[in-house]
Design a protein around this ligand. Structure first.
Ligand code: NAD
Length: 310
């Protein structure tokens, strides 16, 4: 293990991920790459200049020369355009497909055995684009979304019930977007299903807010979220680098699981040193399964729009 992680995109998410990787000491070296001249260099220098105060000794380098990133163990793709107010994730589809294709094709030449974590939106489609562009096995590419969506749901539940966030677990599956599928039956407070703790109306209200979570942030600060997304990425990196074998909701490529074939869909997966080590198939009600199939259908429609076969 050389402890090297490459982050594509030195924007809000990429910068926050880089900073957290160093704070958490999750790697020996972070290579930050951005196409805007000076941007990755600036972020890297800013982080390095904090090292005498923080007493951290980061090795953070940047630049277009991917030689620095050779044999990275993990590659995080945050490069892309973001949603502006009133824009859906679908609007980003074509722009970001080209960007992700370019980044992963380059990265895979230097780090063919890395584990790839995709963040760029629309998330589920970008995972597909990445897997194809890098010719990666499905065990080594996954998307960050479910952890973020579940974390938002957990936060809203904890506020509503006035309990510690530490007590709350939540499960969100499906697409990262309007068709995400929160599963209240598998969402608990100290082991008690939330369905037993609040009315259906209140639960629906919190689910609606979770679905709208990304847009709510954009309405407030006119750009997309980055602290919570970075935390979610860090949880995935930690699961892999520490071989935690942790069950987390992530976008994984399904080949028949849940009756879905040929798309990256948010499902509970086991993350460890070998990447996506297992896709957990939990029991769903007819209604939940319908919602998951609808979500997968939307992802496949988006794939068709950019000419990606399933
Ligand atoms: P940002 O605009 O702050 O940063 C994006 C960076 O990517 C910019 O610095 C840009 O120069 C760079 N970039 C663009 N094309 C590039 C290329 N070809 N090579 C290298 N760098 C390139 O955006 P952000 O807020 O950091 O968000 C990044 C992406 O992550 C967006 O697509 C956003 O929608 C997505 N996002 C996803 C989630 C999620 O839950 N999956 C959450 C938040 C943001």
């Amino acid at each position: 293990m050389n402890g090297k992680i490459t982050v594509f995109g030195a924007g809000n998410v990429g910068g926050a991920v880089t900073r957290r990787l160093i704070e958490r000491k999750l790697c020996k070296k972070v290579v930050l790459v951005d196409r805007t001249p000076g941007k990755a260099e600036g972020i890297a220098l800013d982080i390095l200049e904090a090292s005498p105060v923080d007493l951290l000794e980061p090795v953070c380098v940047s630049g277009e020369d991917l030689e620095e990133s050779r044999n990275s163990e993990i590659v995080v793709i945050t490069a892309g355009a973001t949603r502006k107010e009133g824009m859906t994730r679908d609007d980003l589809l074509r722009i970001n497909a080209d960007i992700v294709r370019e980044c992963v094709s380059k990265a895979a030449k230097f780090s063919p055995y890395a584990f790839y974590i995709i963040v760029s939106n629309p998330l589920n489609v970008m995972c597909h684009v990445a897997m194809r562009a890098g010719q990666l096995p499905r065990t080594r590419v996954t998307g960050m979304a479910g952890i973020l969506d579940a974390s938002r749901f957990q936060y809203f539940l904890s506020k509503e019930l006035c309990v510690s966030v530490e007590n709350v677990q939540a499960m969100v599956m499906g697409e990262h977007g309007e068709d995400m599928v929160p599963i209240p039956r598998y969402s608990t407070v100290a082991g008690i299903p939330v369905t037993e703790l609040m009315s259906r109306e209140k639960l629906d209200e919190l689910i609606a807010r979770t679905r709208d979570g990304g847009a709510e942030i954009i309405r407030l600060m006119h750009t997309s979220a980055f602290y919570a997304p970075a935390s979610a990425v860090i949880q995935m990196v930690a699961a892999v680098t520490m071989d935690k074998k942790k069950i987390l909701p992530c976008a994984a490529y399904l080949t028949g699981e849940y009756g879905i074939d040929g798309a990256f869909v948010g499902v509970p997966v086991k993350l460890g040193a070998n990447g996506v080590e297992e896709i957990k198939e939990i029991e769903l009600t007819g209604e939940e399964h319908e919602a998951l199939l609808k979500s997968a259908g939307k992802i496949k429609t988006q794939l068709a729009l950019i000419g990606e076969s399933c």
